[in-house]
Write a protein that binds this ligand. Structure first.
Ligand SMILES: [Zn+2]
Length: 124
């Protein structure tokens, strides 16, 4: 492996710290709000109004989980750390929709190779 200039290595470390921090914030927020909405939120009075706000927030966080998983599939969440990207991607994709990252990532890369053609695989 070729060594990187110091500024590039520092930049990659910073990118990894920021990415991992945002990924942890998204996952923790999603799990906490999901548990609250499913087990504790009463659908009467203000709870009903809160539910109408929680649905788009949970949807936004769910999309964020896929974006985190997508960054992991391309190795850009934590550059130069494939094992860390794989594990964060596994958690994010499992939370997103219960998909298995290791199976999904191969089809995702095939999707990029064959975008716009009839050879695009199903991403499940
Ligand atoms: Zn992609």
């Amino acid at each position: 492996m070729a060594s990187l200039p110091l500024s590039s290595a520092v930049s990659k470390d910073r990118q990894a710290r920021v990415g991992l921090g945002l990924a942890a914030s998204i996952a923790a927020s999603y799990v906490a709000l999901h548990i609250y909405a499913v087990f504790y939120l009463e659908l009467t009075g203000w709870g009903l109004a809160a539910a109408m706000l929680l649905v788009p927030v949970l949807c936004w966080l769910n999309v964020g989980l896929f974006i985190v998983a997508h960054d992991c599939m391309h190795g850009s969440l934590a550059p130069g750390r494939p094992a860390l990207n794989r594990w964060v991607g596994r958690v994010a994709l499992a939370l997103y929709a219960g998909f298995w990252f290791d199976r999904f990532v191969a089809k995702h890369h095939a999707h990029h190779r064959h975008a716009g053609t009839a050879d695009v695989p199903a991403c499940r």
